[in-house]
Design a protein around this ligand. Structure first.
Ligand code: SF4
Length: 235
């Protein structure tokens, strides 16, 4: 974790998020859902799968299993025909059924709206709980997926690879009220501009604030950012 970030780092983080928000005012979760349970199921299915593929699978799944009781009464393999196009579908089906049984038995069929209760559900980990909390408007969280982690390191906001430590670093830089929004903006920026293999630094709205930008050097791929104490980003 970065030690007690100085004000300039917080100021830089705020400016990054402000610029991303101005560039992508419509940034929103790209999974389709209508209910709390559909959101939870879609987020579980989205692990190591593209949202567009999840959205192709979920209409049939949601129609076949309209509530927690329906999932709870099913066997994991009953879900397979609907989700077999997604990676790790057997494990995901197992997790969904187990979570639904806990929701049915311990929460009267309603998805709980606290981090503690969400993380207590079988198959629901920290990132999944955070995404659900943020998009239900039920609490503050800064979920770290592959895009958020990559962006945090390239932008010099974290040197960690462990998602929990990256989340701690990012959370220390922005007020709680902006965590969910910042998460979504970083996900969108990672998908559209700051690609893992070939980031478009020349077209990036935060290039002037990014210590990894190749826009000025002409290098093809960002190098690891220098330690925070040596960085000096232009405003
Ligand atoms: S300048 Fe390049 S490395 Fe930095 S955030 Fe933008 S696209 Fe990513």
């Amino acid at each position: 974790m970065l030690a007690s970030p100085a004000m300039p780092e917080r100021d830089r983080a705020r400016k990054v998020i402000d610029r991303l928000e101005a560039a992508m005012p419509g940034a929103r979760i790209e999974l389709d859902f209508r209910t709390d349970l559909e959101l939870l199921v879609a987020v579980i299915l989205s692990a190591q799968a593209r949202d567009v593929r999840v959205n192709q699978a979920t209409p049939g799944l949601f129609a076949a299993f309209p509530d927690a009781a329906a999932y709870a009464a099913a066997r994991p393999e009953d879900l397979w025909p609907h989700v077999r196009t997604l990676g790790l579908f057997r494990n995901k089906a197992k997790a969904i059924v187990a979570a639904a049984r806990a929701i049915q038995e311990e929460h009267a069929g309603q998805v709980p709206r606290t981090r503690e209760a969400l993380e207590a559900l079988p198959g629901v980990w920290r990132k999944t709980a955070g995404v659900v909390l943020v998009h239900l408007g039920a609490g503050h969280a800064f979920p770290v997926d592959t895009h958020v982690g990559r962006l945090a390191r390239r932008l010099g906001f974290s040197t960690a690879t462990d998602p929990g430590r990256v989340e701690d670093d990012l959370s220390a830089l922005l007020p709680r009220e902006r965590w969910g929004q910042a998460h979504q903006l970083l996900v969108w920026h990672g998908r559209r501009v700051c690609h893992a293999r070939k980031p478009d630094c020349a077209g990036c709205v935060v290039a002037r604030l990014c210590p990894s930008s190749t826009a000025r050097t002409g290098a093809g791929r960002p190098s690891s950012p220098r330690p925070a104490s040596r960085r000096r980003a232009r405003p």
